[in-house]
Design a protein around this ligand. Structure first.
Ligand code: RIB
Ligand code: CA
Length: 309
């Protein structure tokens, strides 16, 4: 599977990149970065450091949008730390970003491959994807699939009472992507909040006898301090890796094709994903919305793959 990861690293984004690189089923063609958890400059540095850690400084990293389409940037430093990468001390990246804008990389890569050949893992605000669709409308029929960590149904919101962060930061971009007609698999908070980064699970990562396992344990230990306190759980949610994990083991997930639309008018519910789970309306069922997974098996997969480094 040929993929592009569009991302705002963030510790959970970094684990997603690591899992894609170490899995022979996946060919990571490139990473594109976007303003989200942290600035696009910081997100780009973090993506470069992640690929150094993975021993893959050959994989291109293209910087993208430095703000949402219309709204002012919103960050998540309260969760991920000032650098978005707190928890582990990695050396500065060994290289600078690959020349060329993220949007051009997405367009050129998709258009240079056969139709439907490329999957995009969208694990940050969808600004780059929306810009790419506006610049090259053919992407609507050329991108094979988007697998996105975003949105929520009954879990409702994390950055506001009604909206999930990736959608909230750029709801207009999300609206464009959700209306594009591209097959879209959504990994919402309803799912990610079931994958607690418990002490036992992080201890398994830490015990992996290589450099990567302990770094991931350190990252997720930092990230959980805020979310475990907020939710009163043993560990925080594990968000972005569900996208690559679904590509590797779709059998471990369960979902339903439903209509998902985004609030872009009301400030009260800005960025809310309105999920027609009970199919009350006849709106197009534009999303395969995942709500359940075999969580112990997923943590076995993560542990086994990290041990391959
Ligand atoms: O709401 C969770 C999402 O916001 C994840 O992608 C996390 O990395 C942050 O970007
Ligand atoms: Ca992210």
């Amino acid at each position: 599977m040929k993929i592009i990861i569009d991302t705002d690293p963030g510790q959970d984004d970094a684990l997603t990149i690591l899992l894609s690189v170490i899995s022979e089923e996946i060919d990571l063609l490139g990473v594109t970065t976007v303003s989200g958890n942290v600035s696009v400059a910081q997100a780009t540095e973090n993506a470069l450091q992640t690929l150094d850690l993975a021993g893959r400084p050959d994989i291109p990293v293209h910087a993208g949008a430095d703000r949402p389409l219309l709204r002012a940037p919103v960050n998540a430093m309260h969760v991920h730390g000032r650098t978005g990468f707190e928890g582990a001390d990695l050396p500065p990246a060994s290289r600078r970003a690959t020349p060329g804008h993220a949007v051009d990389f997405i367009i050129d890569t998709v258009m240079q491959h056969p139709p439907q050949d490329i999957t995009v893992c969208a694990i940050g605000p969808m600004t780059n994807l929306a810009l790419a669709l506006a610049r090259e409308p053919e992407l609507r029929t050329r991108i094979g699939r988007i697998v996105s960590m975003s949105g929520a149904f009954s879990e409702v919101g994390n950055i506001t009472p009604s909206a999930e962060f990736n959608i909230y930061v750029d709801p207009h971009a999300a609206e464009i992507v959700l209306a594009s007609g591209i097959p879209l698999v959504m990994m919402p908070l309803d799912l990610t909040h079931k994958l607690h980064t418990s002490a036992e699970r992080l201890a398994r990562f830490r015990a992996i006898p290589n450099r990567v396992g302990p770094v991931v344990a350190d990252w997720l230990t930092f990230e959980k301090r805020f979310e475990a306190t907020k939710y009163g759980t043993d560990g925080g949610p594990l968000h972005d890796p569900n996208t690559v994990l679904w590509l590797l083991r779709p059998d471990l997930y369960q979902g339903r094709d439903v209509s998902v639309r985004v609030e872009t008018g009301s400030e009260l519910t800005m960025g809310m994903t309105v999920v027609d789970w009970w199919q009350i309306t006849d709106h197009p069922r534009n999303v395969h919305f995942i709500r359940e997974a075999d969580v112990p098996a997923l943590y076995d997969v993560i542990t086994e793959r990290l041990a391959r480094f």
